[in-house]
Ligand binder design. Structure first.
Ligand code: XMP
Length: 317
């Protein structure tokens, strides 16, 4: 029968045989799949694995620096690339959800290509593809990227010509987590909620500005920390906050305010294909709403999303 220990042993041996002394490049996302793939490859080929972790400026609050430190602590040969400004620039003026996704995907390809091709003599591109990604046409969590037309004119970006290695191709998510645990990866990292590749850009309805990103990061951090404090985090499949393109009237002291509305979303799901909203305790929602409105400048109203998928989706865009 399948065990994580046996999987690690056979996969490491297979990777060593296949890759030999060649170099491998891998894009880390901070998520479970790419991290487990990286640790497996690191076990197999050590310093010949070159990891790249791109900050698109749309991650959760402090996530880039904390996850980068965590990766270094695991012994990975990882380069953090802060491209926030570049992504923000690519998103300027865009409001359409698919246009935002496309702009982010293209910017990612450009940044990753620059970094990957600066490593001399790299042979393989490793990916954290898991079995559901293979069978479904749309990846749930993987970086969904669309190749820009100018790349197509001259052929594929260079890194896409590399040979592919996908050590998790035959695994389901729960098996990936068990393999990660077997290799000693921090349970907090392994238990992280899924987070979309385009990040907060698809949770800011309408156009993206640095100020909106910062507001949403603060709101999201209060929500997620609250879920952890109330021991609700692991009972929820995915949670996050959405910044609405709406101002509403409020009152603070003697002053009338006219500020942003945020929505909170928490869902139960097994695979993201269907989802139910979570019946979070009213006391938790009350405390979280108070914390958000009192602490985050620019927000004066919090609502809770009680829509299931289908017919709604998990993300709002
Ligand atoms: P929806 O909103 O379609 O989301 O119910 C289902 C799952 O997919 C994630 N998601 C994405 N992940 N790139 C990604 O990598 C995307 O463009 C994207 N859109 C949605 C979403 O967070 C949820 O886990």
């Amino acid at each position: 029968s399948w065990t994580p220990a046996a999987f690690v042993d056979t996969t490491v041996a297979e990777l060593q045989k296949k890759i030999g002394d060649d170099k491998v490049v891998l894009g880390l996302s901070g998520g479970v799949d790419s991290t487990v793939a990286a640790i497996l490859l690191h076990k197999a080929i050590g310093k010949n694995l070159y990891c790249i972790f791109v900050n698109n400026g749309l991650l959760r609050k402090d996530e880039f620096s904390s996850v980068l430190e965590q990766y270094k602590g695991m012994g990975l040969n990882v380069k953090g690339v802060d491209s926030s400004a570049r992504f923000l620039d690519a998103l300027k003026g865009l409001s359409d959800p698919e246009e935002k996704r496309k702009a982010i995907g293209n910017a990612f390809i450009e940044v990753f290509d620059d970094e990957a091709t600066s490593i001399t003599d790299v042979t393989y591109l490793a990916q954290g593809t898991i079995y559901p990604d293979v069978i479904e046409s749309v990846s749930v969590n993987g970086p969904s990227v669309t190749i820009k037309s100018h790349h197509n004119v001259g052929g594929l970006p260079d890194f896409m010509k590399l040979k592919i290695v996908e050590p998790l191709r035959m695994l389901f998510k729960d098996e990936v987590r068990r393999v990660g645990k077997q290799m000693g990866i921090d349970p907090l990292l392994l238990g992280r909620h899924p987070f979309p590749g385009p990040g907060l850009a698809i949770r800011i309805l309408g156009d993206i500005t640095a100020e909106k990103v910062q507001i949403l990061q603060e709101v999201d951090a209060i929500f997620i920390e609250g879920l952890r404090k109330w021991d609700l985090y692991d009972k929820v499949w995915q949670a996050g906050a959405i910044l609405l393109p709406v101002n509403s009237v409020g009152v603070m002291g003697d002053e009338r305010t006219y500020e942003k509305v945020v929505a909170l979303r928490a869902v139960e799901s097994t695979d993201g294909m269907t989802a139910d909203w979570v019946n979070l305790p009213y006391e938790f929602l009350q405390e979280t709403s108070n914390h958000i409105i009192n602490r985050v400048k620019g927000v004066n109203r919090v609502v809770y999303d009680i829509s299931s998928k289908p017919p709604a989706t998990i993300e709002w865009e």
